[in-house]
Ligand binder design. Structure first.
Ligand SMILES: NC(=O)c1ccc[n+]([C@@H]2O[C@H](COP(=O)([O-])OP(=O)(O)OC[C@H]3O[C@@H](n4cnc5c(N)ncnc54)[C@H](OP(=O)(O)O)[C@@H]3O)[C@@H](O)[C@H]2O)c1
Length: 309
């Protein structure tokens, strides 16, 4: 089969398109024909070696944290799936087999049926972004109806789903984004969109919850926007300085771990129309290096780039 892979850490140009043996479904695994893989920030950070202190890779590495497709075969001990089922899959960061390939032998425990009303491509765009958004909103922040919530990075793949989830929960949502994306984030359900490329407006009411998806200077700017006793929830790869005590607010990191039940809930919310999948662009597998380059350069907006093998 064809796959994108790299044999060492480096820039996007270490990614090549190669022909590799078709994987087999071992015990507890499902062999899935990938119809779309999403390109996530973790994919390029792993390739660049930025996370080498946390994850040791075996080369050659096929990138890709998530994707969706159709079951081709099931290994022993996989009662829940049959060939022909449409499924979403998660691939652990250190797995040699990622989703930028024509097929993957995925762990059945990290494989989720796609509801009939949802397209396979929409499911692919929702897996890791939806998992991250839902854990942060429902488990870490426990957003409640009527709360004032600010999402820093509301036009991104995770931030856009946070905006949608918080609005659906009945929160009053404000989101930051580039000025060209203001209508986009209000279209996702934000009550107010603030352009990060313009002076920050005066008079934003104190926020009960702020989600920081950016880190750095954006993280520092979150503290004065919170009400006393408010909650700052962050999920970035970059370290932060916790200034919660100085501002009288709680600071929590959203701990994101692969979880089939959470992904099933995300896909169900999308199938019923509560969440809308955000797809920035669709590229062939040969576009893997270019997709990662664009994501790392901050050139991707309004959702995931999908690779279609
Ligand atoms: N395990 C975890 O902890 C975990 C899981 C998932 C994601 N994350 C992290 O969450 C972050 C977002 O992920 P993602 O997949 O949603 O990335 P993404 O789709 O690339 O989104 C990034 C967004 O950041 C926005 N942005 C850039 N500078 C900004 C600023 N100064 N203020 C506000 N927004 C700004 C951009 O908005 P415009 O498009 O409007 O320019 C862009 O849409 C990443 O840092 C990622 O590493 C962590």
């Amino acid at each position: 089969m064809r796959a994108a892979l790299y044999r060492q850490h480096g820039g996007p140009d270490v990614i090549e398109i190669a022909t590799v043996p078709m994987p087999q479904a071992g015990p507890g695994q499902v062999l899935v024909k990938i119809e779309a893989a999403s390109v996530t920030p973790l994919d390029w950070k792993l390739r660049a070696g930025l996370l080498a202190a946390h994850f040791t890779l075996d080369f050659p590495k096929i990138p890709g944290r998530d994707g969706a497709g159709t079951v081709i075969a099931c290994g022993e001990g996989v009662p829940g799936f049959r060939p022909g089922d449409r499924v979403a899959v998660m691939a652990p960061p250190t797995s040699q087999q990622g989703t930028y390939a024509e097929a993957i032998a995925a762990d059945a425990r990290l494989t989720v049926p796609i509801p009939g009303a949802l397209s396979t491509r929409d499911a692919a765009a929702l897996v890791n972004a939806g998992l991250s958004a839902l854990i942060a909103v429902e488990r870490t922040a426990q957003v409640q109806p009527g709360q004032r919530v600010l999402v820093q990075g509301g036009a991104g793949a995770v931030g856009g789903l946070m905006v949608q989830l918080c609005a659906a929960l009945g929160a009053e949502v404000t989101a930051t984004c580039h000025s060209r994306n203001r209508d986009y984030v209000t279209g996702l359900g934000a009550h107010r969109a603030i352009a990060y490329d313009a002076p920050f407006p005066q008079g934003l009411p104190p926020q009960d919850v702020v989600f920081d998806l950016m880190g750095g200077a954006v993280h520092d700017a979150c503290y004065p926007l919170l009400a006393k006793g408010g909650h700052l929830v962050w999920l970035t790869a970059a370290p932060i300085t916790d200034r919660g005590a100085a501002f009288g607010v709680r600071v929590s990191r959203a701990m994101i771990a692969d979880d089939a039940e959470v992904v099933a809930r995300v896909l169900a919310l999308a199938a019923e129309g509560t969440l809308r999948a955000q797809i920035a662009e669709t590229l062939p597998l040969d576009g893997a290096a270019e997709a990662q380059r664009r994501l790392a350069a901050g050139e991707v907006s309004r959702g995931r780039v999908l690779l279609v093998p």
